[in-house]
Design a protein around this ligand. Structure first.
Ligand code: ZN
Length: 319
C-alpha cells in the first residue's frame, strides 16, 4: 500500500519478524469512520526473532498518520470530563505521581516537561496542585498546544528532532511521557534526544502498554492496547529495558500501575461491542466506570504476582 512503509525491529534493527497473530484493523473507532482505503486496512504486529520485541511491521507513513488521530482521540479528554470514578482515580494517580516526582527529581531542578502532553490534562493537574514546579509541554498537534497555552503553561509544537531548539539543554529535571513511547517510529533515537535536555541525574518517567500481561493473552485481538496503526512498539519490561540501555540510560525501575484496571474494562467492552458488530469507541459506555472499579482487585492481584498491562518506567541519565 502506498501509504505504508516497511519497518524493522525498533530495538535491534533486525528484519525477521514472526507474525504471532492475524493482522488487525483499526478497531478503535473514535467517533468517526475513516475514509477508504485507511478504514479497512489491516496491520500486522510481529515479534522479532532476534530480540523478541513486538512491533508493527508495515506502519502508516508519518506523513499520513494524522488521519488516525483526527476526531476524538480519548487521551485528549480531561479526567474531569469522564465522571466521578475517574475524577477519584485521577486524584489517587496524581498523588502517587507527585510523590514519585518529589523522590526522583534532581534537587538542582524545578522544571518538568510533559512530552506528548496532548491538551495538557496532567500539566493542569500538577499546576492546580500548587507544587511550585515550573511546567512545560510539547506535542505534535498544534490545536492541543494552543489549548495548553490557554491554561497559562509554556508549550511547544515539536517532535524529538526539534526538542533541543525548543527547550535548552540540561534545563529540565524530569520528563514525563505517558503513553507516548509506543507511538514513536525510532524510540531509541527519541530517548537519546530527550536525554539531551536533562541534566546528569535527570529522569524520564513514562508509562506504556505491556504485551507480557494476562489480559493481552486472554483478549487477543480484542485487547485494548493494540491501537493499530497508532502504536508501533508493544513493549515488554525486557524490550523496554533493552531500548533504554541502547539509548545510554540507566533503568531505575519498571513497575506495575493500578490504571491497568481501565485496560481490563476497555478490553471487555471492546470484545463485547465488536462481537455484536457495533463500532467500538474506547473509554465510553455506561458500564465503563463500574467495570474499571470491578477490575481493580484483579489488577491488584496481577500487580502482586505478575505484570499489569500498563507499566511505568523510570530511566535516569548517568550522573
Ligand atoms: Zn529485534
Amino acid at each position: 500500500m502506498e501509504f505504508q512503509e516497511h519497518a524493522r525491529c525498533t530495538t535491534c534493527g533486525a528484519d525477521h519478524g514472526n507474525a504471532f497473530m492475524p493482522p488487525i484493523g483499526d478497531l478503535d473507532q473514535y467517533g468517526h469512520a475513516l475514509a477508504e482505503p485507511f478504514g479497512s486496512t489491516l496491520f500486522q504486529f510481529v515479534r522479532c526473532t532476534k530480540c523478541a520485541t513486538v512491533y508493527l511491521q508495515d506502519p502508516v507513513m508519518q506523513s499520513e498518520i494524522h488521519r488516525y488521530y483526527e476526531g476524538e482521540y480519548h487521551c485528549y479528554k480531561s479526567y474531569a470530563e469522564r465522571g466521578v470514578v475517574f475524577r477519584l482515580l485521577s486524584r489517587l494517580l496524581l498523588r502517587s505521581k507527585l510523590n514519585f516526582i518529589r523522590r526522583h527529581m534532581p534537587s538542582s531542578s524545578k522544571r518538568i516537561l510533559d512530552y506528548g502532553c496532548g491538551s495538557g490534562t496532567w500539566l493542569e493537574m500538577i499546576k492546580n496542585a500548587q507544587t511550585g514546579y515550573e511546567l512545560v509541554g510539547t506535542d505534535i498537534v498544534p490545536e492541543q498546544i494552543a489549548r495548553v497555552r490557554e491554561l497559562g503553561i509554556e508549550a511547544h509544537v515539536t517532535r524529538e528532532d526539534g526538542l533541543a531548539a525548543a527547550v535548552p539543554a540540561g534545563s529540565v529535571g524530569l520528563v514525563h511521557m505517558f503513553h507516548v513511547i509506543e507511538h514513536i517510529p525510532d524510540p531509541i533515537e527519541a530517548l537519546r534526544k530527550i536525554a539531551q535536555i536533562l541534566p546528569p541525574g535527570g529522569v524520564i518517567f513514562g508509562q506504556t502498554p505491556n504485551f507480557a500481561s494476562w489480559d493481552r493473552a486472554l483478549f487477543g485481538r480484542y485487547w485494548s492496547q493494540w491501537h493499530a496503526p497508532r502504536h508501533l512498539t508493544i513493549y515488554t519490561p525486557d524490550s523496554l529495558r533493552q531500548q533504554a540501555i541502547k539509548a545510554g540510560l540507566e533503568v531505575l525501575e519498571i513497575r506495575n500501575s493500578a490504571v491497568s484496571a481501565t485496560n481490563w474494562a476497555n478490553s471487555l467492552l471492546k470484545a463485547w461491542t465488536i462481537s455484536r458488530k457495533r463500532p467500538y469507541q474506547p473509554g465510553t459506555g455506561m458500564a465503563y466506570p463500574a467495570l474499571t472499579l470491578a477490575f481493580l482487585p484483579l489488577t491488584l492481584l496481577q500487580s502482586l504476582v505478575s505484570r499489569t498491562s500498563s507499566i511505568d518506567f523510570i530511566f535516569r541519565k548517568a550522573v
